[in-house]
Design a protein around this ligand. Sequence first.
Ligand SMILES: *[C@@H]1O[C@H](CO)[C@@H](O)[C@H](O)[C@H]1NC(C)=O
Ligand SMILES: *[C@@H]1O[C@H](CO)[C@@H](O)[C@H](O)[C@H]1NC(C)=O
Ligand SMILES: *[C@@H]1O[C@H](CO)[C@@H](O)[C@H](O)[C@H]1NC(C)=O
Length: 366
Amino acid sequence: MATRMLEIFRLTIKNENGLFFATYSKKAVKSPLFWMILVYSIFTVFLIRAMHEEDPMEVPYPPAQINFRTSRKYISSNYASSSRLGNHLFELASVLSISRELQRVPTFFIENCYHEKMWEDSNTLIPGLMNHFLIINGSVPSSVKRVKFHQKCCTFDDPSLLDNYEDEYLHLTGTHYQSWKYFSHMRNELIGYLKTTENTYMDLPKSGENTFITCVHVRRGDFLRVGFHVADENFIRSSLNLISRQVAKRANTATVFFGDDYEFMDSLRNRTSKINAFVSQNSPADDLLYAKSNCDVVLITAAHSTFGWWMGYFSKGNRVYYTDIQFTKDWILETGEFISEDYYLPHWTPLKYAGSDNFTVIQSFK
Ligand SMILES: *[C@@H]1O[C@H](CO)[C@@H](O)[C@H](O)[C@H]1NC(C)=O
Ligand SMILES: *[C@@H]1O[C@H](CO)[C@@H](O)[C@H](O)[C@H]1NC(C)=O
Ligand SMILES: *[C@@H]1O[C@H](CO)[C@@H](O)[C@H](O)[C@H]1NC(C)=O
């Protein structure tokens, strides 16, 4: 249709024969195709406009008023604030740790509505972490020094690279900070900052002397759309078999599924129900708090789910299995921004299929 439209335009512009132009136009106007094309074009123009229109949540707040010569030094960072909880935690834990290394005050500029939400969501889950930050409502003013740091999502940059800056305020341009190396040795401290939940998890089993709980995180929805790896049902079931052979046994075992695709998880639960399986329907924050008290082992099925990562990191048992991303077609690998050793903890166990035509899951040795 677009080609047809172009043809008409070309004819109208190029043709110098007035008579021909007039007849052609008349014909065109009478043709239903002409009107179809017209409506279609107007619709397209509106659609393109709408797509380019700014997200109101992203409209920057006015620049913050900040004081200079305060005798302290500050550090802040850019954040992928429209992302979710798992990403927030990486960014906030990393910036806190970097601020300590540089002896600067960790500072959080509320730059737009997404930052406002990021702050609220993080504060709901882990108030103790947020309490360390100096909160300033407003965009980072132009008087603040911007520094390039951490340009790749999932790698570690040494913060000592920032030692030589004397500026009172430093604002890092990086986002994501997806590496445990930024906050190694902070696991107990971070767990201590989690809030105590009021949720009694009536529908879910509790870990205890006689009950061993395997937690499975499943991420599908948006990951399927953007080309991040998601595990299929066979991979998950085979991984669970391996885990149940390797981990300590207690009289009772239960499996709990967490994630964003209820139907998929419910069908998994249905087929593994002989071993006592459940699907959580709690909020993401409550799922992480459940993991802290009840997950003896965690399986992260979508190789690069940051939420799954935190579920493993906070988990009671601190025993984590994950899909080895090197054996997936995850799109992040092509970007070169992902280093497995920086992203996954050394004591976690990677899993993969035994072979290209053997769909038994085995441990993947590093
Ligand atoms: C921050 O300032 C904006 C206006 O610039 C206001 O709408 C918002 O409520 C403020 N947020 C906080 C947490 O004070
Ligand atoms: C679960 O299993 C029952 C019977 O075994 C079946 O009727 C039901 O449709 C299954 N549900 C799902 C979501 O697979
Ligand atoms: C697939 O791999 C597993 C684990 O290495 C092995 O035990 C099994 O025999 C293999 N199956 C086939 C059909 O090769």
